[in-house]
Structure formats: structure tokens, C-alpha cells
Write a protein that binds this ligand. Structure first.
Ligand SMILES: *Cc1c(COP(=O)(O)O)cnc(C)c1O
Length: 510
């Protein structure tokens, strides 16, 4: 199994280097050079597997010779033992007999779906570095990332205490939710460094980009990335699409389910895993992108133009983990669109088409950077609409969906991100019904409602209802705000952050 870059200048990379590199040298994202085939009879053979066993089957298909099957199994078992339910990602009905289900992805240590991938990625980093160090000493990685809340805490919990890994997470001081800030800064492991920047999330991201752009600094500290451009994150997420399918079978909903997956989307990492699940052969009726007011994906599927909303900038919504200007992982899907629908049909050779696809993507990305937008051909747009449905949910609709389901006879408390998906699923109902019988709606739930308690409480109390928040609070949140913290407050400058990283590295090597 080899990987290529979406921008066409890098190919033939193995799984281990793809994981440790993060981003390809040409600025593109890694994708598999070809998709593996599922084993014959997978539907029967995998039907009763646990989440970790299913992860082992799927991940093993993508690692080539870089990991043995038993190594994958050990990593998966370890990664998913930190979840608070043996099911890892349970599927629960939303309202009795409604045919709609919630796939709860928030049972990991930080109560958001990113744990599914980052628990695995942390163990993977540690495994590869230990193996390298057994051959020759001195291999380590310094993960540097920016967060507006969710990625940072999931990364910290994925990497805490890992050997040969240190992690620096920049967050905008005073601009992440109190729970998120506490989740990050109460982790006191020696290898975890929180950095509060006097500035915005964009400032944090700029600083990280600049540090990665300093070639000497990057090499000296072996900088590594954990954002959703890392292929291992997408790979690890494929598992829960299969798990949801088998859950429908095991719950007796359908012998041969055809789920419509509705996915609250920001950077397009979560739903992209569903795209790969379907490409592997999972029977998926449709994949639906749900966006909040930051709706670049929804606008693209309506118009065929991928356009940054630069004037308005990022809009602050009740679902902040989806507040983005562009969706970084969309580039991976664009590569497939380009290969199949932009490269002229006269180019018959498969290799030539793949090469040309990278050129098309590189041009699109260039235009996005310089002009703020690019448009795809009508054929490509039609294909994109075949692959994805989409819908948008504004702030008011988000609050209304939370209130409606809290008040329902079979009450369910949605977090604001999940509410975006549920709202979009409800607006798509006529289309879903047109797909015929034997179709189920599965809304991916990306966060526990207690993690975004302000929006949830507002939605419910504005609707004139009460909520006993203490009763749903996960035990890990009880007393969290009062625990000891460690955080470095830093000037809003790359030099100041670089200095802190250098000092910390020097202190720990003494
Ligand atoms: C990150 C995140 C999302 C968006 O996922 P993408 O992979 O960026 O599309 C949605 N909800 C929550 C709670 C998140 O943390």
C-alpha cells in the first residue's frame, strides 16, 4: 500500500512516513494510490466483531508492510480501551420507530468524535518512534498545533504521556469555552504544553504555519502535525461507518441496511471517512454534509464554485468546532473529482489521468489562494452531487433542533454540532423517503451536550423548559474547573513561541 499527494508531486510513500509527515512536501494531502478490496464474505465474517476488531480488519488493509496484523490489533485495543462504553460508538434510536438513529461518537476521553482518531494516532506515533529508536537513538517528534477548542483537547489526551512525543497546543487566551480550557490545561503530564496566545484562533494558526515554514526549526525539533490533514485520522474514522452498519443489522433494524449518513461538517474529515467506507464497498445510500452558517461546502454543492467567504470571515456560531472558512480535507475528494471528471476523456491511460488530476488540484488550490475561489466543470459538479447531499443550518435552527428533541416524548439532548446534522436530516426527509424502503437515517453525533453546555442550556431555557444538567454531566467533568492547571501565557508572535519550545526542549534534555 503506497500513498500519493493530491498535488501530484509526491508518490510511492509508505504508511509510516505518511503518518509521521502529515502534509506532503508539495503542500498536498496524502491519499492511497489504490483502494484495497474487502475480503470475500466480509459482511458475514465481520458482523459480530467488536469495534477494536473491526478497526483492526479495516486499518490492516491500508498499512502495507509497516505494521503486522497483530501490531494493528494491539494498537486498536489500546486506543479504544479509553472509551467509556464497550461499544465505543453506540447507535441509538432518535425517537421510537422514526427510522432515525444517532451514532454517538463522543464516548472518548474528551467527549468529541476526534478522540476516535486521535487516541489511535497517539499510539501510532509512539509505536513508530519506539521502533525507530530501537534501531538508532534520537527519534522524537514535537507536535505543534493550534486549536479553537476541540482538536487541542483531543490531541492532548491522545498524546499525553507518550514516549518521545512532546506536544505544544496554542489556543487563543480567553476565547475557548471554560470546559475546553480546563480540559486542556488540567493535563499535567510532562510532555504536554499548553500555550495561551494573546490573540485570536487565526493568530494561533498563523504562528503554527510560520513555525512549520522555518525549515531549520522544523528539522531540529522534528515538528509533527495532528490536524485532520493526517491520513491516519481519516483511516481510523472509517471504522465507525462499518460499525454503524453492523449495529443496524444486530439491532434487527434491517438485514441489509442502506443507511443515509448525515454528518455535521467543518474540515470535511469526518464525512470523508464515510466516502472511503462507501468506496470500499459499504452499502451507503447517501452521504449528507451538514454545515452551520459557515457553509462553503453547501454553497459549493449548489453552485459548483468553491469560494471563501473572505469578507464576512469566519462566523461565530453555537457549533464552534465547525466554524471554518475552507475545509482542508475537501482537497482529497477534489482529487477524485478531477481524475474522473476534469481530466479530458481522451486521456485513457490510468497513470496519466492520476498525474493530471494532481495538476488540476494544484491549480484549483492556487486559484483559491490567489483569487479566493475556483469553479469545477458541470460534469464534476453533477458527480459531486451524486456523491454528497448537503444542507445548512443557521443558529436559530440549531437552537430549535436542540429544544425540539429535548421536548420530544422520547427526549434526547443534542449538542449544537449534532443538532446541525439532525436539522439537515429533517429537511432532507422527502429525498430520503424517495430512496425507498430499507433506508435508515444515521446522524453522526460529534460531541457530548455537556461539552457545549452554554448553547444547550440557552436553547432549552429559551424554549421555556428546564434541564437538570448535573444529571447528564460525565463524571470526568465534575470538579474539572477547580483542578490544578498548567499553561504558558505567550506573546502573539512566532518568535516567542519558538523560544518557549526551544527552552522547554533544552530543559527536558538535561
Ligand atoms: C471537529 C468537529 C466537527 C467537524 O468535523 P470535520 O472533520 O472538521 O468536518 C464537528 N463537530 C465537532 C464536535 C467537532 O469537534
Amino acid at each position: 500500500m503506497k500513498y500519493r499527494s493530491t498535488r501530484g508531486q509526491v508518490a510511492g510513500q509508505g504508511f509510516e512516513s505518511v503518518v509521521l509527515d502529515g502534509l506532503a512536501a508539495d503542500g498536498g494531502l496524502y491519499i492511497p494510490e489504490s483502494l484495497p478490496a474487502l475480503p470475500d464474505g466480509w459482511q458475514a465474517a465481520w458482523a459480530q466483531l467488536s469495534f477494536a476488531e473491526l478497526a483492526t480488519e479495516l486499518i490492516s488493509l491500508f498499512v502495507g508492510d509497516d505494521l503486522t496484523r497483530s501490531e494493528v490489533a494491539a494498537l486498536a485495543a489500546r486506543s479504544y480501551s479509553t472509551f467509556d462504553t464497550s461499544e465505543v460508538t453506540p447507535l441509538v434510536p432518535l425517537g421510537a420507530g422514526s427510522g432515525t438513529f444517532i451514532l454517538e461518537l463522543f464516548h472518548g476521553p474528551t467527549f468529541a468524535f476526534k478522540d476516535v482518531a486521535l487516541q489511535f494516532l497517539g499510539n501510532l506515533f509512539e509505536f513508530f518512534l519506539e521502533r525507530r529508536n530501537a534501531r538508532s537513538a534520537g527519534h522524537n517528534i514535537t507536535v505543534v498545533g493550534a486549536t479553537s477548542g476541540d482538536t487541542g483537547s483531543a490531541a492532548i489526551y491522545g498524546l499525553r504521556g507518550k514516549k518521545n512525543v512532546s506536544v505544544f497546543i496554542l489556543h487563543p487566551k480567553g476565547r475557548v469555552s471554560p470546559i475546553q480550557e480546563a480540559q486542556m490545561t488540567t493535563v499535567l503530564d510532562a510532555n504536554v504544553h499548553n500555550v495561551a496566545i494573546e490573540g485570536t484562533f487565526d493568530d494561533c494558526q498563523d504562528i503554527v504555519k510560520q513555525l512549520f515554514g522555518r525549515a531549520d526549526f522544523k528539522r531540529e525539533h522534528a515538528l509533527g502535525a495532528i490536524n485532520s490533514i493526517n491520513w491516519a485520522r481519516i483511516l481510523a474514522q472509517i471504522t465507525y461507518y462499518f460499525y454503524a452498519y453492523f449495529s443496524l443489522v444486530r439491532q434487527g433494524v434491517a438485514a441489509a441496511p442502506r443507511p443515509v449518513f448525515v454528518v455535521p461538517s467543518g474540515n470535511f474529515g469526518d464525512i470523508l471517512a464515510g466516502y472511503y467506507a462507501r468506496a470500499l464497498g459499504l452499502p451507503v445510500a447517501r452521504l449528507a454534509i451538514a454545515t452551520n452558517a459557515n457553509d462553503i461546502l453547501d454553497r459549493f454543492l449548489r453552485s459548483g464554485t468553491y469560494e471563501k467567504n473572505s469578507e464576512a470571515g469566519v462566523l461565530a456560531t453555537p457549533s464552534p468546532a465547525m466554524d471554518i472558512l475552507v475545509s482542508s480535507n475537501f482537497e482529497r475528494f477534489l482529487w477524485y473529482l478531477a481524475r474522473d471528471h476534469e481530466v479530458p476523456a481522451s486521456v485513457a491511460d490510468a497513470h496519466e489521468r492520476e498525474q493530471r488530476a494532481g495538476e488540476v488540484v494544484a491549480q484549483w488550490m492556487d486559484r483559491l489562494k490567489t483569487a479566493g475561489s475556483f469553479a469545477v466543470s458541470p460534469e464534476a459538479l453533477a458527480a459531486a452531487r451524486q456523491a454528497f447531499w448537503s444542507g445548512r443550518c443557521d443558529d436559530e435552527q440549531t437552537h430549535a433542533a436542540i429544544a425540539r428533541h429535548h421536548a420530544a416524548q422520547q427526549s434526547y439532548l443534542l449538542d449544537p454540532h449534532t443538532a446541525v446534522g439532525v436539522h439537515v436530516a429533517e429537511t432532507l426527509r422527502p429525498e430520503i423517503e424517495r430512496l425507498g424502503d430499507n433506508v435508515q437515517t444515521v446522524c453522526l453525533s460529534t460531541a457530548h451536550p455537556a461539552k457545549f453546555s452554554e448553547a444547550v442550556l440557552k436553547a432549552v431555557s429559551d424554549a421555556g423548559r428546564q434541564i437538570d444538567f448535573q444529571s447528564i454531566l460525565p463524571p470526568a467533568f465534575v470538579g474539572l474547573l477547580d483542578k490544578p492547571r498548567r499553561c504558558f501565557e505567550c506573546d502573539n508572535s512566532p518568535d516567542a513561541v519558538a523560544k518557549y519550545i526551544e527552552q522547554t526542549a533544552a530543559a527536558s534534555s538535561q
